[in-house]
Design a protein around this ligand. Sequence first.
Ligand code: CU
Length: 488
Amino acid sequence: MQRSRREFLVLGGTGVAALGGLAALLGACASSRSGSSFPVAPGLAFRQPDVLTSVNGTLAVTLRAAPTMVPHGSGTRYALTYNGTTPGPTLRVRPGDRLVVTLENGLDAETNLHTHGLHVSPSGDADNIFATVAPGASRTYTYDIPSTHRSGLFWYHPHAHGTVAPQVAGGLAGAIIVEDAIDELPEMVASVERVIVLSDPPIGSGPGTMSVSPMTQMQGRQGPVVLVNGMSQPIVPARAGSRERWRLVNASAARYYRLALDGHALHVLATDGGRLVAPTEVSEILVAPGERVEFAVLPSKAGNYSLRALRYDRGRPGMGGGMGGAISTGELTLATVTVAGSASEAVLPVRLAADDSASAAAPSATRTVTLGMGMGGGGGMGGGMGFTIDGRSFDPARTDIELPLGHVEEWTLVNASTMDHPFHLHVWSFRVVGAPASVGWKDTVNVPAGGAVTIRIPFTEIPGRTVYHCHILDHEDLGMMGVIDVTS
Ligand SMILES: [Cu+2]
């Protein structure tokens, strides 16, 4: 094992550190490495991306998207990075803050920036995914985060239609954390907080690495390795009796993670759009592309425990199963948690947040949104598989759904195809009707092959025109996206 003993002890000691101490430690980690020294060989100690935190209500950052050779195993691989690293830096802000991001495009294709899950304006220079940034150009985005914004884990990534899958799979993604007073509860402060960005990039030495076949695009691209913050199977040192608070984002273009940790329950604290009312214990969690989950792990016995992605079958790529077999992901080890000592399980807060689910009650309108795949559709490869919503391929000039600000709507998402599709709505979070207690506010929800999911969406506070789409990003690039306009 190559990780240094000193590093193990330093990281293992954070279980008792106050938040300030943890921040200092993170800062120390950030300053002691650059993109070119990020450890990636299997078995190294878990590391987190750099953290950039707002000061006096503002966080102003520059993110340069560019191709970079990053370490991989004993060599390097071709990746797309923000400021030289993948994942990019974690941005920490608070409700009421202003986030200013200057995006510099060092790629050879157009790009832009989407703040996935943030309840901010989709217009002008905010979360406007209709505008793009040409190669060599830059654009400054300004996001005013409402003072009423829920705290939670969000993320940023490119959203230039037609290039989203290769750019995100290539490595362009980073976490956004919105903090609030709940983060200052003693049990939260005394937790070891870990941001975990999961990805499965292509492995190669040049830009050709980012190209895939039409069949792979249809299925949704999956890379040959799964990385945890850019690292292969890191070691997570934990102390018995501590509270491990893991905040995880699935930044893969198409891969699902059915997560389980050997010997431990997962205590869900939050889903995409915000905190649960109370911690809810589960044995496994399915995290579809675009989704986030925050959960506590309460180690009590010394040992090595695997964080696993269990086998998951997300359907078949063709109509009636005629085009290839099931798209399955075999079981993988993502990381190993090494627990030192022996102690009784730590306690979690009994209550995390007020129950604000009532704002999604009493819908004023209902509609059905149908996700479809079929031969000869308008989207994507000529004469190939078409990926549609309500029978139509994406057209930025067309508005598919228009409604007034202030409405609560109930949408039944119908999957008329043979593959799962994770449905994502920009700007406005929703509740899933009939969901278990482990599911709170969401902005992305998996709609199983041949199934349906009903959601309720309060379209409050922020008007504007934006999109909803499948978060298998190849499907989005192939046209499975619609335009919504919430009018004030
Ligand atoms: Cu899809």
